[in-house]
Structures are given as structure tokens and as C-alpha cells.
Design a protein around this ligand. Structure first.
Ligand code: F6P
Length: 360
């Protein structure tokens, strides 16, 4: 193994730089490889100056830094890439150009740090001869075959802190505070932060809710003497017989953007006589320094990905199972996205301690 490439695709997640750093150090220390960074996801293969050498000096000091030094592109699928060419926006298949870029660079392995979309593209590229290795990244924690993705713990901590802060102001003003959190189709951030931050109602995509049930919970708490309520709602949560709420509709150029369910919940609750406020935490959950846990996990993933490449374990993804790093076929990881198991001990525990999921 002489040359390795690394790219970061999809939405950024805290810990990307820690993976890059660990991969570069392992490649240089253990295998005496050359390492190249591909900028802006797969786009770097198409761009002038899209490839940069990565040495010890490049990765020095990046362990605690959020974001990615390589840049990322959300919805950067090379098979259906929206690009501006000759002043015109068009959806094109740039897979051949990516392939040519990898061959030009003479890569013996390409480490792809990404979520389900980026990993699906990686799997397709493997079929065309690119020696890919996957590293699971996403704050949503929704990739199959691994217990946890890096970035999730940081997002969870930020969301929990937000609930703690809302708690004191909710109590002072005897209000209902609604916190809208990220998690497109998976409610892990909202469930875990909701439990850790003492939410009274948790609304997640996996459990459709009714507005009446939320108010029932508030009423019953108030009858028992509580004068405030905290509601954690996932951006992807949907009412029974309803649909997910979008802040921006999709069109040819834009993927639909979720947002607004928190506002709907707050309006309904206020309409029933309970003063409410809504906070949308948004990208605060993705930015900034990773937690110690995410740095630790990201470092283990980064080093393991290089070891896997050296063993020739292509088209596989490093994963955490039973607390140990292992690897699984990328196809298995993307086959079935991970969702909150509504019968898991986590959900049962939340119900045991009186949290409502808006479904009773
Ligand atoms: O998948 C990660 C995620 O943060 C989702 O939770 C969220 O819906 C989405 O990305 C937001 O994407 P963007 O940064 O493109 O708005």
C-alpha cells in the first residue's frame, strides 16, 4: 500500500478531523504511505486544486477542531450531481470523472468518511474498481451495522445542554418549552437527549404522535402540581395521519429541507391555553469541538480504517460492535438504515419514568 486518499462527504459531523488525523498518522507511522486529501467530498476529483497532500504538519492541532479540513458537500452523489457548468445548473453523472481522478492519482485505497448517501456511492465505486473503505459518520446515528457513529455523542450533549437551559427558564415562567432537534428519519438524538435532559414529551419519527395526547400529558402534569413542561421534538417527527413538515420544498435543485414541526406543536399547545415557546437548535448540533468520546471513537475508526485498507478489506466499513472495532460489508451497513427500536429498553425506560411519546 503506497498511496491512500481520504474524503469527507455529506453533512459534517464533529470528529471528522480526528478521523483524518488518526488515519494520516497511522498511514505514515505504520505503512510509510503517501496520503492525499480529496476536497469537498467526491467533488475534489473534478476540481482544480481539489487534491492536497496530507502530512503530519497538515493534521497537527486538528483533533479538537469541529467541521472537516477537507470540506464536505451534502447531497454530493456523483451519480446525480447538481453542478453549474457554463453558467447553467445541471444534474449530471460525474462518476467516470471520479474514477479517472482516482486512477490518475494511483490510489491503493480511498477512505470514505460519510453517511448512508456517501457510503452508497462508495459501494457503487467499488463495483467499478475503486478500492474503498467506509467510515461511518453522522450525528443522526442512523447507519446500520454499527452501534454508534462519531458525531452523535457531541450532538447529544449539545441537545441535552439546550434542554437543561430551557428547563430553568420554563420553570421560571411556567411555560411549555419546545425544542426542535435534528434527526431526519431517526430519533436517536431526540430520544437520548430527551431522557438525559428531563423532557416530559419526546416526539420522534419512529412514533407518530397526536396533538391531543401531548396536551393530555401537559394537563396531567399540571394537575399533579408541575407548572412547566419540556417537549423535545425531532425535525422528522410526524403527526398520526399527517406528514413530515418542511421549511423548504424540494425542487430540481434543492432537496426538501425539514423544519417547522416544533412551531406547529407549540402553536397547538398554546391554543389549548398553555403558553409556549419554541427553539430550533439546528446546526449548533453539528458544529464545534467534538466530545472526548467522539474524539476517542473517531481516532479508533481512523486508525482501523487504514489497517483494514492494508489488509485489502475493500468495500467494507469499520464499525463498533460490543464496544470493539470490527468491519462489515458496506452493503450491509446501507441495506437497512438504523432506526429507534420502539420496543427497546430505551423507549420502555422513558415510558416507565413517565415520558410521553404523544401516542397514548
Ligand atoms: O444527516 C445529518 C443532518 O444533520 C440531519 O439531521 C439534517 O436533517 C440534515 O443533516 C441537515 O442537512 P443540511 O446541513 O444540508 O441542512
Amino acid at each position: 500500500m503506497k498511496r491512500i486518499g481520504i474524503l469527507t462527504g455529506g453533512g459534517d459531523a464533529p470528529g471528522l478531523n480526528a478521523v483524518i488525523r488518526a488515519a494520516v498518522k497511522t498511514a505514515l507511522n505504520e505503512y510509510d504511505c503517501e496520503v492525499f486529501g480529496i476536497k469537498n467530498g467526491y467533488d475534489g476529483f473534478l476540481e482544480e486544486d481539489g487534491i492536497i497532500p496530507l502530512g503530519l504538519d497538515t493534521v497537527r492541532g486538528i483533533l479538537p477542531r469541529g467541521g472537516t479540513i477537507l470540506g464536505a458537500v451534502n447531497r454530493g452523489n456523483p451519480y446525480t450531481r447538481t453542478l453549474i457548468r457554463n453558467g447553467k445548473e445541471e444534474t449530471v453523472n460525474v462518476a467516470d470523472e471520479v474514477l479517472a481522478g482516482v486512477q490518475r492519482l494511483g490510489l491503493d485505497a480511498l477512505l470514505v468518511l460519510g453517511g448512508d448517501g456517501t457510503l452508497s456511492s462508495a459501494h457503487e465505486f467499488y463495483k467499478r474498481g475503486i478500492p474503498v473503505i467506509g467510515v461511518p459518520k453522522t450525528i443522526d446515528n442512523d447507519i446500520g451495522g454499527t452501534e454508534i457513529t462519531f458525531g452523535f455523542d457531541t450532538a447529544l450533549n449539545i441537545a441535552t445542554e439546550a434542554l437543561d437551559r430551557l428547563h430553568t427558564t420554563a420553570e421560571s415562567h411556567r411555560r411549555v418549552m419546545v425544542l426542535e432537534l435534528m434527526g431526519r428519519d431517526a430519533g436517536f438524538i431526540t430520544l437520548n437527549a430527551g431522557v438525559s435532559g428531563g423532557a416530559d414529551v419526546i416526539l420522534i419519527p419512529e412514533i407518530p404522535f397526536s396533538f391531543e395526547s401531548i396536551v393530555k400529558k401537559i394537563r396531567s402534569r399540571n394537575e399533579k402540581g408541575a407548572s412547566f413542561n419540556l417537549i423535545a421534538v425531532s425535525e422528522g417527527a410526524k403527526p398520526r395521519d399527517g406528514a413530515q413538515v418542511y421549511s423548504r420544498a424540494g425542487d430540481e435543485a434543492f432537496v426538501p429541507r425539514l423544519g417547522g414541526i416544533g412551531q406547529l406543536v407549540a402553536e397547538y399547545v398554546e391554543g389549548q391555553g398553555y403558553e409556549s415557546r419554541v427553539t430550533v437548535l439546528g446546526h449548533v448540533q453539528r458544529g464545534g469541538t467534538p466530545t472526548a468520546f467522539d474524539r476517542w471513537l473517531a481516532t479508533r475508526y481512523g486508525a482501523a480504517a487504514v489497517r483494514l485498507a492494508a489488509r485489502g478489506g475493500f468495500d467494507r466499513m469499520v464499525a463498533l460492535q460490543k464496544g470493539e472495532i470490527t468491519d462489515i460489508p458496506i452493503a450491509d451497513a446501507i441495506k437497512e438504515p438504523k432506526r429507534v427500536n420502539v420496543n427497546s429498553d430505551a423507549v420502555i425506560t422513558a415510558r416507565n419514568i413517565g415520558i410521553s411519546f404523544g401516542d397514548e
